[in-house]
Design a protein around this ligand. Sequence first.
Ligand code: AMP
Length: 587
Amino acid sequence: MEEMLESKHERVINEFESVTKDAGRVQTETLKRILEMNGEAEYLQSLGLCGRTDPESFKACVPLATHSDLEPYIQRVTDGEDSPILTGKPITTISLSSGTTRGMPKFVPFNDELVSSTMQIYRTAFAFRNREYPIKNGKALQFIYSGKQFKTRGGLTAATATTNVFRSEQFKKTMKDIQSQCCSPDEVIFGPDFSQTLYCHLLCGLIFSREVQYVSSTFAHGIVHAFRTFERVWEELCTDIREGVLSSRVTVPSVRDAVSKLLRPDPDLADAIYEKCSRLNNWYGLIPELWPNAKYVYGIMTGSMEMYLKKLRHYAGDLPLVSSDYGSSEGWIGANVNPLLPPESVTFAILPDIAYFEFIPLREEVEEAEEEERIDSSVVYKELEPVGLTEVKAGEEYEIVFTSFAGLYRYRLGDVVKVKGFHNSTPELQFVCRRNLLLTINIDKNTEKDLQQAVTGATKLLSDSKLELVDFTSHADLSTDPGHYVIFWELSVDSDNEEVLLSECCDQLDRAFVDAGYVSSRRVGAIGALELRLVRRGTFHRILDYYLGLGAAVSQFKMPRCVGDSNAKVLQILCDNVVKNYFSSAF
Ligand code: AMP
């Protein structure tokens, strides 16, 4: 059996090696397949492709498109028009992207091809991961949550992409093939109440603690959130295991029934867990202590997840952190095929048969060019022509554009990536940030990455104190004259006597934005002093709850790192919970 599995994973690696050796040709073929499959779609027909499927005709006829360009078409699909609008085969399912940036989910088409590519990514990443960190047949403690499903006005099923994937038939089979069966029964994953599901995931993880081979969630936030919760509920979990009776906090009947079936009174296990938890120092190394056979911790740890790495390392102790793959509700992009790399330098090798990729070059000199204009809060660069997958250069940054099997053509995802190198002839990308400019008052521009670096720098000042940053976001406050940057921080403990330290953090944040526009505006007073606002503990949890209420799923949740005026509700939650504020005296 083990041997058969071995050869299955080797086969996946061989296939990957073969398509990446000939990435240029595979891309041309992939485009041809997409266009043949969808040639009768109204969108393509209207652009005069007339059945041509070569890259040159495609680029000449089909314009680059953002989500808002395609929204009218997607709306018609969502409303139930069954003519071929974006795809040859009608779309019957819609995904809701997390919509972090604009504060509300976007609708995107979902189909079987997306399920297949998701499985291909999972299998590929697993095959490479398993070569370095082999696991035995067992279980995975996976903090996964299926959000709610609903019907659109036109009768299509709509849910987040992760929900659509978890509900697909292929998901279970793939999880079995890659030895990643979840400890919790389906009723838990599909339970309607997020906190009850989380509690049950923890409980099932403890029941099967000896079998657990790795611990994961889609995003690192999910793992950190789970163990922060564990710190609060561990004694209750021990009681449940000792007595064999599920806590009354789990009220959903289907979830109660399914988990109760797994519970037997087990005082020995309860004592062992109790003893281990009592012995831990500030929960350091919690994961390997309670799950002694776990080989690694797995989830997306890049981009906006970097902020949770410190806490994740703390819980993981000496276990390796392996960062997972790169994709979106709209489609997958690449897999982590170098699992030994630390999360800070992880790259994603593009699967050239998963979609047709193009890359808009973003060069420094372009950024500085005079043609630069400002629309809303985003900088529009003088556009360079997109280049193909095999034409990108190592060391350069690009905006990613793809054409998928699910009705998106030359679609601008809005992500900035950097080419770190190549795996055979396919690029290995590093995720840089969302392209949208985050913070801007006038001539300054600071991205998600700049903000992330500023916050990382300032939190270093906290390392000798008992304060720990739980989460953060920012806001460009234009209601004051001049406008100024506001950074919201939630700390793990109340900070009554840390005035001096927090003022220093505030100054440090202000100094950390080194963009010339910011520095010069600060010097002449065209931007006011940066303000650090501390929010009450639990505020970011409220924001999470707010997004869940909108239909987001925890599995896909990404905290917005900048909250604009248009995201009024989240801004309100933040402002209502401010307990203290500091103004920088750095300038
Ligand atoms: P969603 O809207 O929920 O489909 O999220 C898709 C977005 O999540 C992408 O466009 C990226 O900005 C971000 N994302 C997905 N995977 C990764 C990753 N591995 N590293 C960093 N950011 C990611």
